[in-house]
Design a protein around this ligand. Structure first.
Ligand SMILES: Nc1nc2c(ncn2[C@@H]2O[C@H](COP(=O)(O)OP(=O)(O)OP(=O)(O)O)[C@@H](O)[C@H]2O)c(=O)[nH]1
Length: 698
């Protein structure tokens, strides 16, 4: 007898799962755990009949009223949420973020402006007729009228890989595409590969552990697990592979290298903490890779867990509307601690995998992605791979980026030696001539000679590329050329600022640049310092990084240099907008540019009579120059950008101080610093003005 899931029936009947579950309980006395539970055919038929009947006799409305009456007995907070989830009272509207005024919003929601003013006044907020509203206020007002607002956000285009005839790796990839095209009818499904992402401490590792412990391949209970960076479980006869390590940076790096291995992303959000900056970042990484997202709301065992609030934040901050709120994001409440909901999550992963129809070439020479690599003292260079197509066998000759080898031995996630690895299976491979680059692709070839020849050519090419790095990036002043070229071009921007307010202001300002020849898209906007993760995303999505009153991590600066991504930072909106404007007009002038030369932290402060307040500074990295500048950050946000009036090493006035020395700094006209403030030292150099703009879609 076949079974159907509750939410599938709900969808078919055009209602939400919650409502259907309540009807099942009341009318059929069937207790249903969640919207993913399955129902027998008989029940499905009966419920369909009943719903039809109810609809005909308008019983639905009565039912609805009864439900809301029951709901009112819930706590006040729950009551608000319950109203939200009731389908007929909920409205969804889309708004453009520009020029939102109270009167316009009132019209869109369908209420009187004065009523909103009155209601908001009772909640302690004073609004004036026609007042311009920020995004948060719009959301707050809309929610109090059971309306969910989604804002038009920049569309993120999937990556387009440029073709390059000389690129051997690309040729190998093309060979696979040809095989795919030829063997369409031989393609079969393979297990999904899942990556878990989310904010720090929201429970990624705990979830991986919980899944691993409760569902070690069902037949192999008691098998000794070994950490090889990924593992495979079996749930109800279906295999699922989980990648243990990456975090969203590695995820995007793989994509940048064309080695996307993830089929599904599970985005973990702790129900006691809600959507946090890294949740947004991870979500944007997944969206930009076009990978389906399942949201796991974790820590529901905690007394302060608030699932509904988390869902509201999913809608407002991630633009993901949970399925039981009428959207299409599968959302599963779980506890990695008690394992509650873990099976539901696995079930959903299998469901999404079915819908995705993940295919592979089931046999023949293998192609695999390297997800981890290291040198083992006893075993030599090791690479953990996940097979994408074909079967990887011991004795196979392979090339992986600039490395090559023959599979000497393979070890699976249970620590066992295996002779074959099928698609989606993670295995550790022994037999590389050198440590392979993480995230490169391993291709099995005909002979060791062929492997060596290809690997050497790739190494040579990598060398040439690194010597002429940055070549593939164009500069802001090249925008004019870009626009004059025939095809439509895209300027992708990754924006970092120190507050949400600034982000909104910048987004508004940037989106006002309408130009028929160029599309400007913001691929990610977040708060906080510019990090390596931002550079990875910028590289993968061909974006310029614009920072507003935020610092850049030294690692991020190095990575940006290596990747040829230029970071531009501004303290004044006008300057940022002015640069964009000039670039669009082809008028960008040579500029004075600062070069970051070091970092430090204020350890102490002294008052010196007749001189003023002096900072005792530990130079932590690089150096500080007396005639350079200093940016002062508190909790990651810029508080001042000042010159140095005096730089002392003990009693001596000096021109520069290197890390890890300490020094005394008197800032020019600035004494408002405190202990713990972080410093970024820079010097000014004259350079030809440039702002890297990657060729968006070409
Ligand atoms: N009560 C409760 N605590 C949890 C749950 N899941 C994780 N935790 C706790 O939350 C903390 C963080 O969990 P981790 O699994 O380390 O989180 P993470 O996201 O992997 O953290 P990072 O690796 O630092 O990004 C740990 O103290 C866990 O014990 C849960 O479902 N319930």
């Amino acid at each position: 007898m076949s079974k159907t899931r509750v939410y599938e029936i709900a969808k078919e009947l055009g209602m939400n799962s919650k409502e259907l579950i309540e009807i099942l309980q009341e009318e059929f006395d069937i207790q249903v755990k969640s919207h993913m539970s399955t129902l027998e055919d008989e029940t499905v038929e009966a419920i369909k009949e009943l719903i039809e009947e109810m609809r005909e006799t308008k019983k639905t409305e009565k039912k609805h009223k009864d439900l809301s009456k029951d709901a009112k007995e819930l706590s006040k907070e729950e009551e608000e949420i319950t109203e939200l989830t009731e389908e007929r009272t909920i409205k969804e509207i889309r708004l453009s973020e520009e020029n939102l005024t109270l009167d316009k919003l009132a019209k869109v929601i369908g209420v009187e402006q004065n009523d909103i003013i009155k209601d908001m006044f009772l909640k302690g907020k004073i609004l004036r007729p026609g007042q311009e509203l920020d995004k948060n206020t719009v959301e707050e007002i809309a929610l109090s009228y059971n309306t969910i607002v989604s804002f038009d956000s920049p569309k993120i285009e999937p990556e387009v890989v440029e073709s390059d005839e000389e690129d051997l790796e690309l040729q190998l990839a093309k060979r696979w595409i040809e095989i795919y095209e030829k063997e369409q009818d031989r393609l079969t499904n393979r297990p999904p590969v899942v990556t878990i992402m989310g904010h720090v401490d929201h429970g990624k590792t705990s979830l991986l552990d919980a899944i691993r412990h409760s569902h070690l391949a069902e037949k192999e209970e008691g098998g000794i697990t070994q950490s090889i960076g990924a593992y495979q479980i079996e749930y109800k006869g279906e295999k699922i592979t989980f990648i243990d390590t990456p975090g969203h940076e590695a995820f995007t790096e793989m994509r940048a290298r064309g080695a996307q291995v993830t089929d599904i992303v599970v985005l973990v959000i702790a129900a006691d903490d809600g959507v946090m900056p890294q949740t947004i970042e991870a979500c944007n990484h997944a969206k930009s890779a076009n990978v389906p997202i399942i949201v796991a709301i974790n820590k529901i065992d905690k007394p302060n867990a608030n699932i509904d609030l988390t869902k509201q934040q999913m809608v407002s901050k991630l633009n993901l509307v949970p399925e039981d709120w009428g959207g299409d994001t599968i959302t599963v409440p779980i506890s990695a601690k008690t394992s509650k909901g873990i099976d539901d999550l696995l079930e959903m992963i299998i469901l999404v995998a079915e819908l995705q129809d993940i295919k592979c070439i089931p046999d023949g020479k293998a192609r695999a992605v390297i997800i981890e690599s290291k040198v083992d003292k006893a075993m030599g260079p090791l690479g953990t791979v996940i097979v994408k197509d074909g079967i990887l066998k011991t004795g196979d000759d392979f090339v992986a980026g600039a490395t090559y080898g023959r599979v000497r031995r393979m070890i699976n996630d249970k620590g066992q030696s295996v002779d074959e690895a099928t698609p989606s299976t993670p295995v550790q491979v022994l037999g590389f001539n050198d440590v392979p680059s993480m995230h490169s692709i391993l291709y099995v070839v005909d002979s060791k000679d062929e492997a060596r020849t290809i690997a050497e050519k790739i190494r040579q090419r990598e060398l040439e590329k690194s010597q002429s790095s940055n070549k593939r990036h164009i500069k802001l002043e090249d925008i004019m050329e870009m626009m004059q070229a025939q095809e439509k071009k895209t300027l992708n921007i990754l924006l970092k600022a120190s507050t949400y307010g600034e982000i909104e202001a910048l987004k508004n300002a940037i989106q006002k640049f309408e130009n028929p020849d160029i599309d400007i898209k913001i691929v990610h906007a977040g708060i906080g310092a510019i990090s390596t993760s931002d550079i990875m995303l910028a590289s993968a999505s061909d974006a310029v990084v614009l920072g507003f009153r935020v610092k850049a991590d030294s690692k991020a600066i190095k990575m940006a240099e290596a990747e040829g991504i230029q970071i531009r930072r501004y303290n004044i909106i006008f300057d940022l907008i002015d640069d964009l404007k000039k670039a669009l007009e082809g008028m960008l002038e040579p500029e004075e540019k600062e070069e970051i030369i070091g970092y430090g932290v204020i350890k102490d402060e002294f008052k010196i009579k007749g001189i003023g307040k002096v900072a005792g500074v530990q130079v932590t990295e690089g150096q500080v120059l007396k005639n350079g500048g200093v940016r002062i950050y508190r909790n990651g946000s810029l508080v001042a950008d000042v010159k140095i009036a005096s730089l002392k090493h003990y009693k001596d006035e000096v021109k520069s101080i290197e890390a890890p020395k300490e020094c005394g700094i008197l800032f020019e006209n600035y004494e408002d610093f405190s202990k713990g403030d972080e410093l970024e030292f820079y010097k000014i150099v004259k350079v030809k003005r440039e702002l890297n703009i990657e060729q968006g879609t070409k």
